[in-house]
Design a protein. Structure first.
Length: 245
């Protein structure tokens, strides 16, 4: 690495010690479901860095859940467009330059679903997850999913598949920030789980699934990666392929 890059990288780290983020609101076909409604949001906005920890599932642990944890379950028609909204902290104030997330936190944005007996159940281990959305790096422009999220004021939209079974699900929506990811642990995983009741699904297809922990390894090329130098010409988003109907 050149001296200049080392200085630039060090400056980025220095300014971002607590520039984290929380997914804290969901929209269903554009309809605002309410702040923290049906979302297991923590009070502290810090990352999970151990991909083998149970906290990689739906956060918690070092980031204690905001109390009381919402018991709401959000009704979502299969095939709907949902929009997740991120902010730097809970009770976000205006004029925060690190809202929705500090721009140093380059990386992908990913969404998973897991079918559950009851979306308000506290148990999140042992679930079978499938990926429904991912956005990574556009190498030609150097623009990351996080850059697009910031340009869109913290909002990310994606589709709930129409062909899955109706029922209760957890939505695991995630940002992976790669500014310190050149060695492991270093990548920062930000995720919250939303409690969904999906209605009107055709059930025509059964997605292949993965486990958390398990789906990610510290050695994955999209988890341990130097995003500064040499410039990336491709970026492999961690986890399985996106399920499509
Ligand atoms: C880029 O693609 C190559 C070849 O497929 C792969 O080995 C490498 O891990 C990829 N790099 C990243 C950062 O994903
Ligand atoms: Cu941060």
């Amino acid at each position: 690495m050149s001296k200049l890059l080392i200085i630039v990288t060090a400056a980025l780290f220095a300014g971002t010690a607590s520039a984290h983020t929380i997914f804290q609101k969901l929209y269903v076909n554009g309809a605002d479901q309410g702040e923290l409604t049906g979302i297991r949001a923590p009070d502290y906005d810090g990352p999970i860095t151990d991909v083998t920890s149970n906290d990689i599932i739906c956060n918690g642990g070092v980031n204690p859940y905001h109390q009381p944890v919402s018991q709401a379950v959000i009704n979502v028609p299969a095939g709907a467009t949902v929009t997740a909204e991120w902010h730097h902290v809970l009770n976000q104030a205006a004029g925060d330059s690190a809202d929705p997330i500090d721009s140093s936190h380059k990386g992908p944005v990913i969404s998973y679903l897991a079918k559950v007996p009851d979306a308000t159940q506290s148990t999140v281990t042992g679930l079978q997850w499938f990926k429904i959305y991912e956005d990574g790096l556009t190498a030609s422009t150097g623009q990351w999913a996080v850059d697009r999220l910031i340009a869109n004021k913290g909002k990310v939209s994606f589709t709930i598949p129409s062909c899955i079974e109706s029922g209760q699900y957890l939505l695991r929506h995630e940002i992976i920030a790669l500014h310190g990811a050149s060695s492991y642990p270093g990548a920062q995983f930000y995720m919250e789980c939303a409690q969904l009741n999906i209605v009107g699904g055709s059930g025509a297809k059964s997605p292949a699934t993965v486990s958390f922990p398990g789906a990610y390894k510290g050695s994955d090329p999209g988890i341990t990666v130097n995003i500064y130098y040499p410039p990336l010409t491709n970026y492999t988003i961690p986890g399985p392929a996106v399920f499509t109907c």
